[in-house]
Design a protein. Structure first.
Length: 49
């Protein structure tokens, strides 16, 4: 049996807000961090003011 592997799909398919930019990095594990350090894992929050 294979271990459970999450499949990361584009953010658009989940209806996430437009200010989230998804830039996958193939050589690292998927991690969610605080928005202040999110650039380290490919997620950036660009809120319009």
């Amino acid at each position: 049996h294979f271990p459970w592997i999450p499949i990361i799909q584009p953010i658009e398919s989940y209806g996430v807000a437009n200010y989230v930019d998804w830039k996958p990095i193939s050589n690292q594990l998927f991690q969610l961090r605080r928005p202040g350090v999110a650039g380290a894992n490919g997620l950036q929050f660009n809120r319009a003011k």
